[in-house]
Design a protein around this ligand. Sequence first.
Ligand SMILES: [Zn+2]
Length: 413
Amino acid sequence: MPTDGSLRQFLDQQMPEALRLLERMVRLNSFTTNRAGVDQLARLTAESFAPLGFVAESVPSRFPEYAPHLVLTRRGRSPHSLALISHLDTVFPPEEEARNHFQWSVEGDRIYGPGTNDIKGGSVMMWLVLAALRQHAPALFEAVTWKLLWNSSEECFSPDFGEVCRARFDAGTLAALVFESEGRLGAEHLMVVARKGRATWRVTAQGRGAHAGSNHAQGANAIVQLGRVVERIASLTDPARELTVNVGSISGGTVLNRVPHEAVAEGELRAFKSEVFVQAKADLLALAGPGDLRAKTDRFPCEIKAEILSESRPWPRNAATNSLFEIWQRAGTEMNYAINAQERGGLSDGNQIWDVVPTLDGLGPWGDNSHCSERSADGSKLPEYVELSGFAPKAELNVRAIVKLLERARIKS
Ligand SMILES: [Zn+2]
């Protein structure tokens, strides 16, 4: 690696072009279910990486409401490959962007706009890193097979993207690098080394309806029963085991002169450790069975049903991720850039692939307020933004670390 500052100088020179690309990406609405918008962004992304020698493949999603995933490949001469991962979609419907006047806007060192931080800034970071590798480590760049994968629907449940990735990994795949935004703690830049798993659930109480005036004792009140169960669900939360069980919504009953026959609660649970996650799901499912609320007349019991609706397994701290993180740490030390590891509560595509190839996340630029579009006059509400000055140094870190990773694999440059 050049130590004369020419790498950083190159990256600084690329910033105007990188920002033009970011602006074009941010101005395209790519809300998960806006198929046409996500498609357009996929085309723009493929076009932008084509000059670096990447060939595009569009992989249909298993879910027809979502646009295809995007895979860009550049074949190398060695049997080794590296996977770089991002996503195309954002959480903002076009109407919400219009209503909140939420659009591309550069203010000082911040760029506000939908997806600036989650994750279009990360996609542009990939472009910067690859452009710099081609310039400063051309032999390594040519030797490796690069596989860039964009999930079309990361913000919704998209388990098929994990299969798309795994089908393209092989014994020569050295690592999967995920370009979600970095964390910050003071001056420390935080890479993501673990993420909680998440399961969504539904618990239904079925009682027996009755006329609330003339036949109240005949009723088995499903809402009252569910209220008792909801307390038990909430008490499954256990900070000592980093387990949260959140009751997210509740509904039940119809009109006020009936004893309600049904009530439904839904929510999610999250944990870092696989065994805690598995146990929490079992505890939730064990709530099923006869309830403790019965009708006065004949002891008719309410019935509890419990279901897991979807799940993304945890990405626990593991040795393969740790060894990747150490490479990034060494690169950071070399350039006097303080980095540390973060275990994050939110999901990413890392959850789907960490046990197949060594995975490191948080390689995108730093920003804040992801998934927020509102702005208040007093500044107490600010929308999503990415930090402008963070791009070039973070790209330098990623380039230096990737070179170390390839050298460790003894790829001939
Ligand atoms: Zn994201």
